[in-house]
Design a protein around this ligand. Structure first.
Ligand code: AMP
Ligand code: MG
Length: 492
């Protein structure tokens, strides 16, 4: 029989001392809530043979697929600015790696599969709501073209997990380019273990940045390329109004994928100070702070790499790392103007575009306009009908004067109105995971075992750019009273 997963586990094989072997906890009544056929196909899994029950056994951790080597990975991290020298997989296990159909190595991991040596008192479990939330938001991000870990399966366990109240338990199977975090580097740096750091850095170079691995300055190049991927990622988050919610260094993947969907949310009315996470009272991870926080996290990565960048002179190492970090704002701004320029219907970046973008965002903020819908209505304006757009703004005169500037800029590029509107509709999603719809879908699944709202929402957000009248009010913002009170939780 061919194995379900053609595992080839380099992390377990090459990085001894970076993890602890650990088995998933068995569960009593696994039931498949959602399986990601498309992703399974991408991974080249042999799913012709197993039936649904067997898949539920496998993706709950009850039956170990051949070739799996479950391990809990060690990592540290700055949580809300404070350093914790040991975090690690407290409710997750890496099963192993497979090479997908595109030739890319992908991690297959569980989340919520029971305690590990890193759990420190936590139960290592996860509840149906947060598991489906990670599934849904990850698929939405993927459909928006944003690098992200993705869910392969969500299985309910038939067992309660104790949180503020008792909730139905679940296990998520997560697929990612890897699970190496900034915090993984910090774990070994905090212990002064330069040899393990070098091993990790070399591993990451081979796995994620192979074109750099033979360069004499490869560790500096690793920092620089990681910074470039983060800059590109952050520009994409900002362009869709995504608020990660808990950008601790253990939640930043060096692959450049979005990882660890906890208290994340999508912004409704534009507000650069928007924050929804119940544990982020200071607004450290507010929407507008995210690029700056990414740079802060990269500075923490840089600190760990200093002894590798220049073993003889820490002054030289610091100077080189600082140069990379100081360039981050410009690199990010370049990516931001590309993204936001495309959202404005532009194909080139020209002097004055930053002001055009910023003035538009200021208008949205002053008029409390829904971020997602405003861009779609602007696409309608590009097509010649500004009525719906105008109806969103209190200050009509300010909008008109901005629209004139924007139209002039669009005209410079010489594309037709129809082509410009079409390009804008392909850059500006209509359907995002609206917070009120997410909550409705998750409580139906968690409280009543009704997965239909979840399936409908998943269907909408995985085709985010195509207007579909049958989806009715899925594109509409939540009632203002909902958003004013909305809070997200780390919820595990
Ligand atoms: P996160 O909030 O997902 O970034 O997790 C931060 C740390 O807390 C990680 O080390 C997790 O493994 C750990 N953790 C979170 N939830 C649990 C849980 N239910 N049981 C054990 N450890 C947990
Ligand atoms: Mg985490």
């Amino acid at each position: 029989m061919t194995p379900l997963f053609p595992f080839d586990n380099t992390y377990a094989r090459c990085l001894e001392g970076f993890y602890v072997p650990c088995e998933p906890t068995k569960v009593s009544q696994p039931v498949m809530l959602r399986f990601n056929d498309g992703l399974a196909d991408e991974l080249g899994l042999d799913l012709a043979s197993p039936e649904a029950e067997r898949l539920a056994e496998i993706f709950s951790g009850n039956e170990e697929p051949a070739g799996a080597q479950p391990i809990a990975q060690a990592y540290a991290g700055h949580q809300f600015g404070g350093f914790v020298p040991q975090l690690g997989d407290g409710r997750a296990l890496l099963l192993g790696e497979v090479i997908d159909r595109q030739g890319n190595r992908r991690d297959i991991a569980f989340k919520g599969s029971g305690p590990t040596p890193f759990s420190r008192g936590g139960d290592g479990k996860a509840a149906v709501g947060p598991v489906l939330r990670e599934y849904l938001i990850g698929e939405a991000m993927h459909a928006l073209g944003i690098p992200t870990t993705r869910a392969l399966a969500a299985v309910s366990t038939g067992e309660p997990v104790r949180r503020e109240r008792s909730l139905p338990g679940a296990v998520l199977t997560r697929v990612g380019a890897s699970h190496v975090r900034v915090g993984t580097f910090q774990y070994f740096a905090a212990r002064g273990d330069t040899e393990k750091l070098r091993t990790l850095a070399d591993y990451v170079l081979t796995r994620h940045y192979p074109s750099l691995q033979d360069r004499p300055d490869r560790y500096l190049a690793l920092l620089e390329s990681t910074a470039q991927r983060q800059a590109a990622l952050l520009a994409q988050w900002m362009a869709v109004g995504f608020i990660h919610g808990v950008m601790n260094t253990d939640n930043m993947a060096v692959s450049g994928e979005t990882i660890d969907y906890g208290p994340c949310a999508f912004m409704e009315a534009y507000n650069s100070a928007a924050v929804f996470s119940s544990i982020d009272a200071q607004g450290r991870y507010a929407y507008g702070n995210q690029p700056m926080i990414a740079r802060w996290n990269l500075a923490r990565l840089a600190e760990t790499l200093l002894p590798l960048i220049d073993a003889e002179s820490s002054d030289r190492a610091v100077a080189q790392a600082m140069e990379v970090l100081n360039a981050f704002s410009d690199v990010y701004e370049g990516r931001r103007l590309e993204r936001f320029g495309a959202k404005l219907g532009l194909t080139t970046v020209a002097a004055g575009d930053a002001d055009l973008v910023d003035d538009w965002l200021a208008l949205l903020e002053q008029n409390s306009v829904d971020f997602t819908l405003a861009w779609r209505r602007l696409a309608d304006a590009a097509a010649g009908d500004a009525t719906a757009l105008e109806a969103m703004f209190r200050d009509g005169a300010a909008l008109q004067s901005w629209l004139t500037r924007w139209q002039n800029r669009v005209d410079q590029e010489g594309s037709t109105a129809a082509a410009c509107a079409a390009a804008m509709r392909a850059s500006n999603p209509l359907y995002i995971p609206r917070n009120h719809l997410v909550e409705e879908a998750l409580s139906a699944a968690s409280d009543r075992g009704d997965l239909e709202p979840f399936e409908r929402l998943l269907d909408a957000v995985t085709r985010p750019f195509d207007e579909r009248p049958e989806l009715g009010n899925f594109a509409e913002p939540a009632p203002l009273t909902f958003t004013a009170r909305y809070k997200t939780f780390c919820g595990t």
